[in-house]
Design a protein around this ligand. Sequence first.
Ligand SMILES: Cc1cc2nc3c(=O)[nH]c(=O)nc-3n(C[C@H](O)[C@H](O)[C@H](O)COP(=O)(O)O)c2cc1C
Length: 252
Amino acid sequence: MLAGGAGATKYTIPRRPLLDLPELVSLCSRACFEQLPTGSQHLAQQEHRNIIRRAGQGGNLTVATTGASGSLFLQHLLLAIEREDRVQVVNFIASDGGLRVLAEELGISGRRNLVEQLLGRPSDKIRQQANADIGANVASGSYPSDAMIVIPCSVGTLARIANGIASHLIERAADVCLKEKHPLVLCVRETPLNKIHIRNMYRAADAGATVFPLIPAFYTRPANAEAMAREFACRVLAHLGLPQSDAYQWKP
Ligand SMILES: Cc1cc2nc3c(=O)[nH]c(=O)nc-3n(C[C@H](O)[C@H](O)[C@H](O)COP(=O)(O)O)c2cc1C
């Protein structure tokens, strides 16, 4: 509850016998956000969401794939999310470019049953949405999505997100994440990078996205590309407050 006269902002805890945990977290973090410089507010809000998730309210993720190389990384992220009990609902979207790369790199064909083809079995948790359907659930800020991951993220999709061009569901859902201050993770893949790509990464980061380049680690001494992709998935999930018990840890 907000109180106070001209220029003064005071927080008073409502007089109730008991505050439940999400209410308390919300009250404290609101008080903190308003003390922070603008750039830090987004980070604080992300942490707030992580706390809410840890309090047991369940996770609702959006995962998108676009036409950059690295379909194996998408596959291992979906496999990890499918196993993750803290995530209850996943909306999955593929761009036409993403479908093309999935066909080239993993031999996945068509635009239907992608989840089943990627996981090797059907999923009750991961639902596919059409990129052309700008009226799908995740197109609205009223939908309770906790975070979005674009993996791999092409520089074309990065450009559209960084510049607010929301003509397809992927970019619209990302735009919603930014306006609603939900975490947005862009696993950008291109090499070499030109100045337009670098400027767009800056713009996206400045608007609140995390640029999480699709660059695997080698100090984990991965036995193969699958192990590399699995570790990368663990890092992305840990970044969203979902650490994996089997993740590699440097000096545990
Ligand atoms: C096999 C293949 C690999 C590609 N790899 C990349 C890449 O690593 N990064 C990238 O930005 N674009 C890459 N492209 C080009 C994009 O797919 C293309 O620019 C496409 O229009 C992106 O559309 P989208 O962002 O809507 O998915 C690749 C295309 C193909 C066919």
